[in-house]
Design a protein around this ligand. Structure first.
Ligand code: BV8
Length: 257
């Protein structure tokens, strides 16, 4: 839908004010204003992780098997960054909107690709973590998880406290690994039940996460994208709002909640 940014935002605010069930797919862009790097942002001012690092050498089980110290060091540095980060107004606006919807018998479900747990810190309930989280790590031999202390790990790779030959790996979903079944089921249910599906701060390039919007579109849900850049879905959604989520969401929710 074209139209001046102001008019499109006003229309989306009205849609949100009338909605009962909203699903929100979030990506790294929603945490950018909390100081956490995105992966693929093209904008020169955006620090994009994958520009510096090749994901095939870091975000795969093979990378970890090949060089566990290198992968552990990179994820541990990101873990500390996430632990020190605070939710931004975009995260907080989604919490406000969820509370408003729940007060009128509806709901808002956040389906996040992010592993930083900033939606949790913002007070959003029932967050569906499609790609796991970076805060808890598990033993490669027993599968038992722990939450390491909020300081850099002393050694790389990190030995497991559960097994003499085990190592600790982050509880994130790497490329080539299946998403948690319960998260996929919850995401399909949310996409199947929502009247409004929002894609916020995601390049919509990673699957199956980027595919859930198709379920909502097939059912005729209103679809909204919030992103300063155009993506592969910008021409497919009902409303494409160009802007930063930390600025756009509070404007929408301020009038919607
Ligand atoms: C799997 C790990 C199979 C944690 C990540 C079709 C179907 C299924 C799979 C595939 C498929 N096609 C290809 C695949 C394989 C692959 C895939 O999708 N590859 C892509 C690259 C083509 N998918 C997989 O491997 C998945 N697994 O399919 O397994 C299987 C099945 C059964 C049994 C065994 C195996 C696993 C995918 C998960 C991979 N893990 N992360 C970590 O390190 O963080 S993915 C990584 O990308 C992050 O999780 C990240 O969240 C995710 C998506 O990126 P975005 O969040 O969108 O971030 P990005 O930087 O790309 O974009 C940010 C956007 O924000 C930009 O558009 C920018 O403009 C915008 N922005 C910037 N600032 C702001 C902003 N927006 C708003 N406000 C701002 N201020």
């Amino acid at each position: 839908m074209s139209g001046a940014p102001g008019e499109a935002e006003r229309q989306v605010a009205r849609v949100l004010a009338r909605a009962r069930h909203i699903a929100v797919l979030t990506g790294a862009g929603v945490s950018a204003e909390s100081g956490i790097s995105t992966f693929r942002s093209a904008a020169a001012d955006m620090h994009a992780l994958w520009k510096e690092f090749d994901p095939r050498t870091l975000a795969t089980p093979e990378a970890f098997a090949d060089d566990p110290a290198r992968v552990t060091r990179w994820y541990d540095a990101r873990r500390i960054g996430c632990l020190n980060a605070a939710p931004n107004p975009g995260h907080l606006a989604l919490t406000t909107l969820q509370r408003a919807l729940r007060s009128r018998g509806g709901d808002l479900v956040v389906l996040t690709q992010n592993v930083d747990r900033l939606h949790h810190k913002a007070g959003t309930q029932g967050v569906v973590e499609l790609h796991g989280n970076i805060v808890t790590w598990r033993c490669t031999r027993t599968g038992q998880s722990i939450e390491p202390p909020p300081e850099p790990m002393p050694r790389f790779p990190a030995p497991s406290p559960f097994h003499p030959e085990g190592l600790l790996r982050p509880n994130v979903v790497w490329f080539g690994e299946a998403l948690p079944t319960d998260a996929v089921v919850a995401a399909e249910e949310a996409a199947g039940a929502c009247g409004v599906f929002m894609a916020v701060g995601t390049s919509s390039q990673v699957f199956p996460a980027a595919g859930f919007i198709q379920t909502a579109m097939a059912r005729g849900a209103v679809t909204v994208e919030i992103n300063p850049e155009s993506t592969s879905i910008s021409d497919l959604v009902t409303y494409s709002l160009k802007g930063r989520s930390g600025e756009v969401l509070p404007r929408l929710v301020g009038t919607a909640a």
